[in-house]
Ligand binder design. Structure first.
Ligand SMILES: [Zn+2]
Length: 341
């Protein structure tokens, strides 16, 4: 176990994916799941062994092993939908009725994002839902006095050192710093991180305390605002299945400099409608060139490298894609809503 390296882990992953490709039916898929993902399977055993690794490699291998598990889980779930996860339900008439399950609209949206982003060379990274204030705020240049840190905005978890308390992560930006530092990535790199996030919000049709966010980060010697514009135009055009153009308006965020709000041409009209409030543009969220201080926190030389970052709500993407007008519907578990997708 102590000899496990990143290369060997990559080999295990490619073996697992190759063997998954050969699976021909639901029974074969279950065998694959038991071999790799089951309680005594290859991946869980490997994860249990991480704690015995030397301290110097433990964190990096832990992150790499977790990424491997996520990728294999996603591949497994995709295969599971292919073979039709059919469950049997007995109806009141005594006849058996086959009910075919399907993915949640948010999961579908995340899967689409994954396909599009990996297609243009981005790597997916994931991180913990329970974060420390260092990663959730400090590393992103959100200082101790910033209002976002107030308990009225953020869910704090009791216990822990007062200078570095635990929070339910307020964005997926925290993952970026982990992905760069713990795996010692150096530019150029392009990563994205979709995932669940939490804020102490009053729930209404447009706000929820639990939602999902997509974070994009691209860093290199000559990454520019024009690259960013190209990436979001590709992402949203493919996601919405129609050509959209982006425009950028100057704005302020602590973690980017310069910062801007990005808008897309409305996907519902040519000359103004209810969704775009008659402007022909839909606001998609904050973005900008990564602040030099944030690059320094990632151990990247801001004199040599620059990059862009974007944080965007996945619920809002799904609401636009499917024409949904109330964010609460995603978490209500109302079958009449869920069955529509
Ligand atoms: Zn419109």
């Amino acid at each position: 176990m102590t000899a496990l390296t990143v290369d060997q882990l990559a080999q295990i992953k490619s073996d697992a994916l190759a063997s998954l490709k050969k699976v021909a039916d639901a029974a074969g898929l279950e065998e694959w799941r038991v071999e790799y993902m089951g309680r005594k399977g290859v991946i869980p055993q490997l994860l249990r062994g991480i704690k015995d690794l030397p301290e110097t490699t433990r964190a990096a291998m832990g992150t790499a092993a977790n990424e491997t598990r996520s990728e294999l889980t996603a591949a497994y779930e995709q295969a599971a939908t292919q073979f039709g996860a059919v469950t049997q339900r007995v109806s009141g008439t005594g006849k058996q009725e086959a009910v075919v399950g399907h993915l949640h609209a948010i999961t579908e949206t995340i899967r689409s994002i994954q396909t599009i982003m990996t297609g243009i060379g981005f790597t997916m990274v994931e991180g913990p839902l329970l974060e420390d204030t260092q990663h959730d705020f400090d590393n992103l240049n959100i200082g101790p006095e910033h209002p976002a840190r107030a308990e009225t905005d953020t869910f704090y978890v009791s216990g822990g050192p007062p200078e570095n308390r635990r929070v339910l992560r307020t964005s997926t930006s925290s993952v970026q710093v982990r992905a760069v530092q713990e795996l010692k990535r150096q530019p150029p790199f392009k990563i994205f991180s979709p995932g669940r996030t939490f804020r102490n919000e009053k729930v209404d049709a447009r706000h929820h305390h639990t939602f999902h966010q997509l974070e994009l980060l691209s860093v290199g010697e000559d990454v520019t605002v024009a690259d960013f514009k190209g990436v979001i135009e590709t992402l949203f055009s493919e996601l919405f299945g129609t050509d959209v153009k982006a425009r950028l308006r100057p704005h302020y965020f602590p973690f980017t400099e310069p910062s801007f709000e990005a808008d897309l041409t409305c996907i519902f009209c040519d000359d103004g409608c209810r969704v775009c409030k008659g402007t022909g543009w839909i606001e998609i969220g904050g973005a900008g060139m990564v602040h030099p201080l944030v690059l320094e926190k990632m151990d990247i030389d801001p004199q040599r490298y620059q990059g862009f970052a974007l944080g965007y709500g996945i619920e809002r993407m799904a609401m636009l894609k499917y024409g949904i007008d109330d964010v609460r519907l995603f978490l209500d578990n109302d079958m009449r809503f869920l069955r529509q997708f």
